[in-house]
Ligand binder design. Sequence first.
Ligand code: ATP
Length: 326
Amino acid sequence: MKRIKCVGILTSGGDSPGMNAAIRAVTRTAIYNGLRVKGIMRGYKGLIDDEIVDFKTGNVSNIVKQGGTILKTARSREFETKEGRRKAWDNMQKHKIDALVVIGGDGSLTGARIFAAEYDIPVVGLPGTIDNDLYGTDTTIGYDSALNTIVWAVDRLRDTASSHERLFFVEVMGRNAGFLALNGAIATGAEAAIIPEIATEVDQLTELIENGFRKDKNSSIVLVAESETTGGAMGMAERVKKEYPQFDSRVTILGHIQRGGSPTASDRILASRMGQQAVEALLDGQRNIMIGVDDDQLVHVPFSQAIRDDKPIDRGLLQTVKILSI
Ligand code: ATP
């Protein structure tokens, strides 16, 4: 096996708070171990377009507390083609990068897996996404920060909702995963969470209004995961207008505000530990794995497992929301 001398780092897909802490940890652990580090700008796009810079310890000073990613991020259709990945490989050779750390969501890790297989490159992934939808890890870098942003926003909505006796649908991110909606609902004392995982099994709106919903409450907040399956917060409000016109409903879509802001302490610590582990795993000869966390222990999850699209959600938490909102 070829000895690794130079590690490239990139962030790809949607940004998430804590990515910078991960970049810092990868950079410093690599330098500590005598490796050179290359920062690849704008994800796979920068690898293809040769936007690659030398990284020293100073490049990552004072970034542990910053949201976003200093490496910028992008989505690259070109990397999904063989020709695109060929250009990326040529640039890796040009810069003598012999291993990669990819920080991103399931799309980014899918790309990493394909690239690693095609060119026999050691690649380690870090789960960088607010959605928490990667399999094999209890949590992802950015999830806790996004959850805290949701709590901050919903607490404010509660003040206004209770002054007007309204039903508020708050749409949160998560793509096809309900983690943010469900745990956000518990943390804010919301009346319900509408999540994609059970959307095809249960009519969650009917259940909420006809079974659990106490009409004498002076406000109700329902967190809705953005998703085609749930129809999102707008879809819910339209249904209420038609089917339950006695309710005055309002919609708030939190949108990209959930991605921004300084990472929480938990995310900074998780990203720092995972970044260190990524480099140590590469030096240990590991490849094609994502670093995950299981019961507070760092674990190595093969890419093939991490990007399965069925990370299970704890359905018992729906019952928690229901019981606690009576
Ligand atoms: P988020 O969870 O925040 O959306 P993500 O990593 O899932 O992040 P995607 O847009 O799905 O975001 O993927 C990011 C990039 O990964 C794509 O723009 C593309 O360059 C690369 N990628 C995704 N899927 C593939 C694939 N099948 N083959 C090669 N590259 C891919």
